[in-house]
Write a protein that binds this ligand. Structure first.
Ligand SMILES: *Cc1c(COP(=O)(O)O)cnc(C)c1O
Length: 344
């Protein structure tokens, strides 16, 4: 039997709050293409969460959210600074470059999967001549691809640097909920008040059936974005089924309660695994993902028992991701199987 509980946070089902409003939205006929009551309520709920009059759009997945958001910040001769481990670079099949008609991604290094101001500035200063694409934007991932979280001060520093250098600031928030739950800050403080112009706000991984929100805090950048979505095949005609889950999820802070649970499960898993002989944490566990280096016998033992997981960086590295649906029992079972395979 294949066990996919820790393979990713998108192997989980739909969380109850999202499912309840999804089912409620199925009761009546309604206007299509987002001109419906559920979509209006979802947009208002997002504006409430961010305490500002942002422009909100819904797309099917994170690749579309990131690619289209970045394309709206750049011309084809521009470039975008991102981390070399970023999803936009490694997992979107060239989507940002494609939808921007050729904007180049400039890759920076940085500890724990995070960009820092020095790294960004170095890359920007490296070339300023006409022969190189002109830097126009910075994108960071919050929480990161390796399960770490930018602190409020780190985001503010990058936001400040972007303003000084005349760059737009995008945040890939496929796991934004996990970051906010970890930091305990207001969503407004960690985004627009820190200088973020546009956020890809992840819905799928936090428990929805499908869909991400693209949230523009800068109205000017949102101009014509609806056309961009439509042209890219991202305008859902039965939009209410993508937006109703947001209404349920954002009500009474369910999204943060669920994300905090996922984070707590990852902390439990990381603590237990790191106590085992030969097992080492590769990154601090700050969100819902755990990266460990495992002895080969543990890797083999887990595969034998059917555990699916993503082998990420270097030999023996393994990624385990928790979700709203992860249980203490599942965590303990996984840990038990690692322990068992080490002893055998
Ligand atoms: C999952 C993920 C996305 C979105 O991926 P899709 O498969 O296109 O929905 C974007 N960014 C990060 C960091 C992710 O982990």
């Amino acid at each position: 039997m294949q066990r996919t509980e820790f393979a990713s946070d998108n192997t989980s089902g739909i969380c109850p709050e999202a499912l309840a409003s999804f089912i409620e939205a199925n009761r009546d006929n309604m206007a299509s293409y987002g001109n419906d009551e559920w979509t209006r309520r979802a947009c208002d709920a997002i504006r409430d969460v961010f305490e500002t009059d942002c422009d909100v759009f819904f797309v099917f997945n994170g690749t579309a959210a990131n690619s289209l958001a970045l394309a709206s910040l750049c011309q084809s001769y521009h470039s975008i600074v991102c981390h070399k481990l970023s999803h936009v670079e490694t997992d979107e099949c060239g989507g940002p470059e494609f939808f921007s008609n050729g904007t180049k991604l400039l890759l920076a290094d940085g500890e724990h999967g995070k960009l820092d101001v020095e790294g960004i500035a170095r890359l920007i200063a490296a070339r300023t001549d006409i022969h190189y694409p002109k830097p126009r934007a910075v994108t960071i991932t919050q929480s990161t691809e390796v399960g770490t979280v930018y602190s409020l001060e780190e985001v503010q520093a990058i936001g400040h640097a972007c303003r000084e250098m005349g760059l737009s600031f995008h945040m890939d928030g496929a796991r934004f909920a996990n970051a906010v739950a970890h930091l305990g800050v207001s969503p407004a403080d960690i985004t627009w008040r820190a200088g973020v112009d546009v956020l890809s706000f992840g819905g799928t991984k936090m428990g929805m059936p499908v869909g991400e929100a693209v949230v523009f805090f800068n109205h000017q950048l949102a101009q014509d974005f609806a056309y961009r979505c439509k042209q890219a095949g991202q305008l859902a005609s039965k939009m209410r089924f993508m937006t109703a889950p947001w209404v349920g999820m954002l009500a009474e802070n369910a999204w943060l309660t669920r994300a905090a649970h996922a984070n707590a499960m990852a902390t439990r898993l990381g603590d237990a695994l790191s106590r085992l002989p030969g097992v080492g944490l590769m990154f601090p566990v700050q969100a819902n993902a755990v990266f460990v280096s495992l002895p080969q016998m543990a890797v083999d033992g887990l595969k034998d028992k059917g555990w699916a997981f993503y082998s990420f960086i270097g030999a023996g590295g393994a990624r385990f991701v928790c979700s709203w649906a992860t249980t203490v029992e599942q965590v303990d079972e996984l840990v038990g199987d690692v322990e068992g395979s080490l002893a055998s």
